[in-house]
Design a protein around this ligand. Structure first.
Ligand code: FE2
Ligand code: FE2
Length: 500
């Protein structure tokens, strides 16, 4: 209710100021009415929150101001206005086709109404905006912004020629100077506008574009560098979770890059006390063996709190911070719960609720995927003999338990998507753990040199298998030693697993 009142107040304020602006400078009052209709569309169809509401309003306001400035300028031509740049910017910032389409339409209409260019100008801007925004959709490289700008130029010129399919028009003296050059330049200006303002709008709106996500995925980022040194085991675990999450997000059409980067940072809190997590215990000594379950619970719970504090200290975006509490949701720490039940005095009951993470539950598909990948990776790594059947059984059990426990209730995943996520995990984990072949050993334990190591060209020895032996053989043994099966009924969320 409070948000609705805010939205209405903001819309009224925007429409009233725009009406005064139009009245003062003699522009059509149809424009404020259009803004009102678009506001209604955003609220009823898009269910947009107040943040998106004000952000879109600000961008539209800039288009109006730019059009007004160009109209009263003697240097620039109306066709120089980078209306397409606004649509491209909207696409990069919000990655939403509906909002981008709406902004392309509203921007083109308002610019042409203010500049008096009529239907023809509106259509040219609209076609250019759509072409440019589709051109930069999912862009990950700066060069894609330049090609998006070129696409704007080509589509706008094509639109002009289709609107005026006469040779007379092309052969007129002012065709080049009045139409062709400005429209070609318009695409270049649009690309330049996006490149120079993207970072500003990103920090202003607190959103994450693919460019920022790629920056965060750089292993030279201070937090990731610290994690390699201070909690190397947790760092390796995060890499595996990120691979699983990226593939699963890709399979269901979610934001794969966001899932990958979120997974990199989901356990940064473990850096504070890395020795309490099995993946960092090089000597195989589990500190929790000598601790009360209630104290262990507090230590493990704290990796979420401390992770969020670290993330804020390093000024990570809220979208990435959300992965830290949501990758556990409100799951139960079964290992400690079971341990406390075993050690409880007779007649004394232990509340399962006391052993739950504080949440919130995953709110978007990407955090839900990381929650599932985190548990699936930990449980699979603890398997003594990870055959494909065992991996499949374990992953399905993990996913089912999370679903039954209600951890996926708020992330808008369908059953079909959950099934796809599960299948992706099984495929990747089976390839990772099952394809390993152990070194043959002599009776005294010393490694034996094979007389005839299968050649890579031999049909019995595929290249991938050979690589796996050389690279992963010893670490597989280490891993199985450090991850003994835990006495927990549910393998996730125990300190014996990196999923904590
Ligand atoms: Fe984890
Ligand atoms: Fe965790």
């Amino acid at each position: 209710m409070f948000e609705l009142i805010w939205k209405i107040s903001l819309l009224i304020l925007f429409v009233a100021s725009f009406s005064i602006f139009c009245w003062t400078f003699g522009y059509s009052l149809m424009m404020p009415l259009l803004v009102l209709l678009l506001g209604g569309h955003l609220h009823y169809v898009k269910k947009a929150d107040i943040k998106l509401f004000s952000q879109v309003g600000l961008i539209l306001f800039l288009v109006i101001l730019a059009s007004h400035a160009v109209l009263h300028s003697s240097i620039t031509l109306p066709l120089h206005i980078p209306v397409a740049g606004v649509a491209m910017l909207t696409m990069l910032l919000f990655n939403d086709l509906q909002v981008t389409f709406m902004m392309a339409f509203a921007g083109s209409l308002m610019a042409s109404m203010i500049l008096g260019g009529g239907f023809e100008m509106m259509l040219i801007f609209f076609v250019g905006s759509l072409a440019g925004s589709y051109g930069v959709r999912d862009a990950r490289r700066r060069s894609q912004l330049i090609s998006g700008g070129l696409l704007v130029s080509v589509s706008q010129v094509t639109c002009l020629l289709l609107l005026n399919p006469h040779l007379d028009f092309i052969l007129t003296n002012n065709f080049l100077a009045q139409y062709l050059y400005p429209l070609v330049l318009n695409g270049v200006i649009s690309a330049f506008f996006v490149m120079t303002t993207l970072k500003i709008f990103e920090s202003l709106f607190g959103v994450l574009t693919n460019f920022s996500l790629l920056e965060l995925s750089d292993f030279n980022q201070p937090l990731l560098k610290r994690m390699v040194l201070e909690a190397p085991g947790s760092y390796q675990h995060s890499l595996v979770v990120s691979n699983l999450s990226e593939a699963a997000a890709d399979a269901i059409g979610a934001n794969a890059l966001l899932a990958r980067v979120g997974a990199y940072y989901h356990d940064i809190g473990k850096m504070v006390k890395p020795e309490y997590y099995v993946e960092n215990q090089l000597m195989g000594i589990n500190k929790h063996d000598t601790m009360e379950p209630s104290i262990s619970r507090l230590v493990v719970l704290n990796h979420v709190k401390e992770g969020m504090e670290l993330a804020r200290k390093y000024k990570l975006n809220q979208k990435i911070i959300d992965f830290i509490p949501q990758h556990h949701g409100t799951s139960v720490m079964y290992y400690f719960y079971q341990k406390s039940l075993e050690g409880a005095e007779e007649g004394k009951s232990m509340e399962e609720e006391n052993f739950r993470y504080p949440g919130p539950k995953p709110q978007i598909p990407e955090t839900a995927i990381v929650l599932l990948a985190d548990s699936a990776e930990g449980a699979t790594r603890a398997l003594e003999d990870p055959t494909p059947n065992k991996i499949e059984e374990t992953v399905k059990k993990i996913v089912n338990n999370k679903f039954i426990d209600g951890q996926l209730d708020e992330c808008h995943l369908t059953l079909k998507e959950i099934d796809k996520i599960s299948s992706t995990f099984i495929r990747i984990l089976s390839a990772m753990y099952h394809a390993r072949v152990k070194y043959p050993e002599k009776k005294n334990g010393a490694p034996r040199v094979l007389k005839s190591w299968p050649s890579s060209s031999s049909p019995e020895a595929p290249r991938s298998k050979e690589r796996s032996i050389l690279k992963d053989g010893p670490s597989d043994q280490e891993s199985s030693e450090q991850n003994p099966p835990q006495p927990s009924s549910d393998q996730e969320n125990s300190p014996g697993h990196s999923s904590s």
